[in-house]
Design a binder for this molecule. Structure first.
Ligand code: NAD
Length: 251
C-alpha cells in the first residue's frame, strides 16, 4: 500500500515554498521521499533546512513569478539541479482586498499574472519535460473562490476560477501523455494570506461558524492531498479539484 504513495526518486518544484501552504506541502512531499526545487520571491531557507533534515534534497531559488522571465529560470534551475521534473505544484499566490467599485487595474493585473498566467505558462514549460518522459503530475492550488464569488477580492476570485479551468483544460490535452493535472482547493487556512480575515472579529467569527470541522485549516492539512495527487495513487485522477476545507462547501 505504501508504494502507492512513495515519492522516492521523484523531483518536485513547489512555488511559494517559503511559508504557509507551500511550506507545508514541500515538507509533505519530502516526507514521502521527493527532492524539491523551492521557488519563491524570498529565500525558502527554513523549508530547505527542514527538507535536508528529512534526508532529502531541497534547493531554494529566488524567482519573481510576476516576471515572465521567471518561467525559464525555474524550469532550467530544476533541470540543471535535478535533471528532470516529475511534480509541479503551482502554489504561489497573492490576494488584494478592495471593494469592486474602487478596484484598480494594477490590483487586477498583478493578481491575474501570479495566480493564473504564471500557473499556465509554468505548467506548459514543465510539461515539455514531462511529455517527453510520458509521466508527470501538475498540482494547481485553487481556492473555495474557484467555486464562490468571495467578498472584496474580485481579481482573486477571477484568478482562482481560471485556475480550476486551466486545470481541466490541461488535463483534457495532456492525460493521454501520462500526465495528471489536478488542483487542490484549500478552505480557510491559517497563513499570511488570511491574516486580515482572522484579525477581523466579525468575519473570522462568521467563517468559523460555517466550518463543520470547527477550526481553521493548517499547512499540515494539505500534506495528504498533495502526496496523493503527486503519487501513483492518483494515476487515473484527471482534471479534479480536490477540496480540503473542513466541510465548508458541504454546508
Ligand atoms: P502565503 O501568503 O502565506 O504564501 C504565498 C507564497 O507565495 C509566499 O511564500 C510568497 O512569498 C509567495 N509569492 C508571492 N508572490 C510571489 C511572486 N511574485 N513570485 C514568487 N513567489 C511569490 O499564502 P498561502 O495561504 O500559503 O497561499 C498559498 C496558495 O494557497 C495561494 O495560491 C493562495 O491563493 C492559496 N489559498 C490559500 C488559502 C488560505 O486560506 N490560506 C485558501 C485557498 C487558497
Amino acid at each position: 500500500m505504501n508504494k502507492l504513495f512513495d515519492l522516492t526518486g521523484k523531483v518536485a518544484i513547489v512555488t511559494g515554498a517559503s511559508t504557509g501552504l507551500g511550506y507545508g506541502m514541500s515538507i509533505g512531499l519530502a516526507e514521502a521521499g521527493a527532492d524539491i526545487l523551492l521557488v519563491d520571491i524570498v529565500p525558502s531557507t527554513e523549508t530547505e533546512q527542514e527538507i535536508l533534515k528529512l534526508g532529502r534534497k531541497g534547493f531554494s531559488i529566488i524567482a519573481d513569478l510576476a516576471q515572465m522571465s521567471s518561467i525559464d529560470l525555474v524550469i532550467n534551475s530544476a533541470l540543471d539541479k535535478f535533471g528532470k521534473i516529475d511534480i509541479l505544484v503551482n502554489n504561489a499566490g497573492i490576494i488584494r482586498r478592495t471593494p469592486a467599485i474602487d478596484f484598480t487595474e494594477k490590483d487586477w493585473d498583478e493578481v491575474m499574472q501570479i495566480n493564473s498566467k504564471a500557473v499556465f505558462f509554468l505548467s506548459q514549460a514543465a510539461a515539455k519535460d514531462m511529455i517527453k518522459r510520458k509521466s508527470g503530475k501538475i498540482i494547481n492550488i485553487a481556492s473555495l473562490l474557484s467555486f464562490q464569488g468571495g467578498i472584496l477580492v474580485p481579481s482573486y476570485s477571477a484568478s482562482k476560477g481560471a485556475v480550476a479551468q486551466i486545470t481541466k483544460a490541461l488535463a483534457n490535452e495532456w492525460a493521454k501523455y501520462g500526465l495528471n493535472i489536478n488542483a487542490i482547493a484549500p478552505g480557510y487556512m491559517a497563513t499570511n494570506n488570511t491574516k486580515a480575515l482572522r484579525e477581523d472579529p466579525v468575519r473570522s467569527k462568521q467563517i468559523l461558524e460555517r466550518i463543520p470541522a470547527e477550526r481553521w485549516g493548517t499547512p499540515d492539512d494539505l500534506k495528504g492531498a498533495v502526496v496523493f495527487l503527486a503519487s501513483k495513487a492518483s494515476d487515473y485522477v484527471n482534471g479534479h479539484i480536490l477540496v480540503v476545507d473542513g466541510g465548508w462547501l458541504a454546508r
